[in-house]
Every structure is written in C-alpha cells, then in structure tokens.
Ligand binder design. Sequence first.
Ligand SMILES: *Cc1c(COP(=O)(O)O)cnc(C)c1O
Length: 393
Amino acid sequence: MSAEPEAALAADVPPDVTTRLMSEQAAFGAVVPPIVQTSLFTFETVAEMEAAFADPMHRPVYTRGRNPTVQAFEAKLAMLEGAADARGFASGMAAISGALLAFLKAGDRLVAVRHLYPDAYRLMTGLMERLGIETVFVDGEDLTALADACDGAAMVYLESPTSMLFHLHDLPAQIEIARRAGALTIVDNSWASPVFQNPLSLGADLVVHSASKYLSGHSDTVAGVVAGRTELIEQINTLVLPSLGAKLSPFDAWLLVRGLRTLPLRMARHHASGLEIARRLADHPRVATVHHPLLNRTEWGSLTGGSGLFSFAVDGDAAMARQVCDGLSLFRLGVSWGGHESLAFPAQLGRTQPGVSQPFDVFDVPTNLIRIHVGLEEPEDLWRDLDRALNAA
Ligand SMILES: *Cc1c(COP(=O)(O)O)cnc(C)c1O
C-alpha cells in the first residue's frame, strides 16, 4: 500500500475553506471540522454579497450550490484521487447520472462494460435511452470489441473489478482505446477505493464513487462523488448540480470526513481478511468457484490491493445458496457493502425485482452465487460462520 493516501488525509484542505471552517470564532479550535448545517449564508452589505456571487468557491451563498463542510469532503477526496477538483452528490447514482448527463446529449453513444453496477445499467437502458442517448455494452476483457464500439462514441463507462462477478480489466489499455477514439472516460472506483486504485493517474477523465461504501465505511450514509480536472467538474457544476439538485448534505459530508480518517486502515484490513476468506472458500468442498479479482494472481494490474467484496458459487443449486445464506449468523443478509460489518447477498434475488430491467439475467449472473462483504470483524470468527453454514446446507 502506498503512503500517498495517508499523506493526503493528513494534508489540510485548501486554506479558503479550512481557514473559515476552523477559525476560532467558527469552531473554537475544534479538532473536528464543524457541520455547517445551514441552507443559506448572510451578508453585511450588497457589495459583500456581490463579491460572493462572483466567487462562490470562497464565500458560500446557498447550500445547494456550495457548503463549507461539503467542500471539506470534496477537497479531501480530490486529493486522494489526485484530481484538481471534486463534487459531492446525494448518492452514488446521483454522481453517476450527473456525470453522464453533463456530457451526453441526444444522439450520442455511450459505451459501457458489461457486469457494471445494476442501477447504472438501469439508468442507461431506461432514462438515458428515453432521452435519446444510446448505450452499447461490451465485454471489458475483449479489447478488440471495445475498440470497435468506441469508434464514434462520446463517452466510455468503465468499472474494474466489475459488480457481482468481479472481473479484473486492463484499465490502462481500455482507457487508451477510449482516448484514441476521442471519447471521454469515466471509471466507477467504488470497489477499490482511492487507496488501491487511482483511475485518473491511468489517464481516465473522471472518477466516480458510491461514497455510501468504503469512503463512509460505517454504513450510515448514502452519498456519491465525482472527481476530475477543473473544466470537467465545472461543467458538472454548471449544467447538473444546481438544476438536478442532488447535492450532498452537510451532515453526510461530515460523516464522510469522519470516515476518510480511517480509510487506509480499514482497507488494509478488508484486503487481508477478504483474501484469506477467499483462499479458504476456494479450498472448501461445497464451493464451486470463487470470484475474487486477486485470488491466485501474481499480477494485480492497476490495483495495489483488494477490498472485502467478492462472490462465490456453491457446489449446488440456487436452493443450496439460499440455505447457506440462511445458515449464516455473523454475516448478516443485506444489500450494499463497505461498512464495518460482514454481509451476504444471494444473487438469485437480483432476478426477482418486479418492473425493472434485469441486468443479472442479461449478464448471466448464476443463481447459485453468493456475494459477500468481508467486514472488519475477527477473520477466524467469520470463517467459522461460513464453514458452519456451508457444511449444514
Ligand atoms: C452502490 C454502488 C453504486 C451506487 O451508489 P449509491 O450510493 O447506492 O447510489 C455505484 N457503483 C457501485 C459499484 C456500487 O456498488
């Protein structure tokens, strides 16, 4: 693990925000930046107000636009991803839809990798299709197919490892193909977190996170963030944020700043416990396959470590996978991931949500698959729980 993320966490956010947020009048020297829980900011004179309108980065006007606690989170995340700037959103999906809608218009083509996050798939095949934006899905491992699809595309959406089956892609090669085609690239980096992968350093234009996962780390926040170079973030800022309005709230930003303090420590633990559990599952007689992007690989590509999220198929059918899930006690059943707690999600449930398009069917996610999140608990306790549930099924 590189020392850079820790250095970025220790570094101050830019002085314009920090100075005001931590000034003695504002916070009495509090070690934790305050939550600036206000909708609007007031002024003494029209001239002062006029100056704030001209430079809202330095002087907030209204929280839907700028808020100091939100800015503190955005500045830290930008540093962690090596970005010039970042914007917080009310959810990961708000960040993804905001970043795509800021750059795509009717008639444009988006290229996306298969096995992407299911709600991103639903956005592309639902709302975006209605708006006249076509999405072509390609196997991210097939670089020839990717190059063909990129010809004439406006934007390329990447995610490595992918959701549910955790395919590891050659991200630098994918980005280079998109760049040569003149398409803007965006990478969902939620799985690796900025601790284990930095897509901008590989040439990507934008990086997006569900901050509800590892950035928060405590399963108490729904949030998202987009980072990139100044002019791209500025376009998101002017075209999307004020009008769609899915802005990150000050309280959620405060929880994220709290979460980021332990990000490298948590990720190191998820990495070690996750790989250990994956290795033991691979040797278990009742397990057919383990889908962990780093398992049995000496070459990790653009990743410098792994997180706690992966999946395995039981040596049996969907009913057996269901029994294994029901037999777990320390692992709780739940969606989402990235918090302190270990979770299991039976993939067969991804096929039974009524009224929505079914990426699990389209992408052939097997029904005997169980996705697990290995949390921060004692790994031996977690293994006992899994081993017992597998042997009982
Ligand atoms: C959860 C998730 C999202 C969506 O984030 P929300 O905060 O739930 O809106 C996007 N991408 C990935 C990979 C995710 O796991």
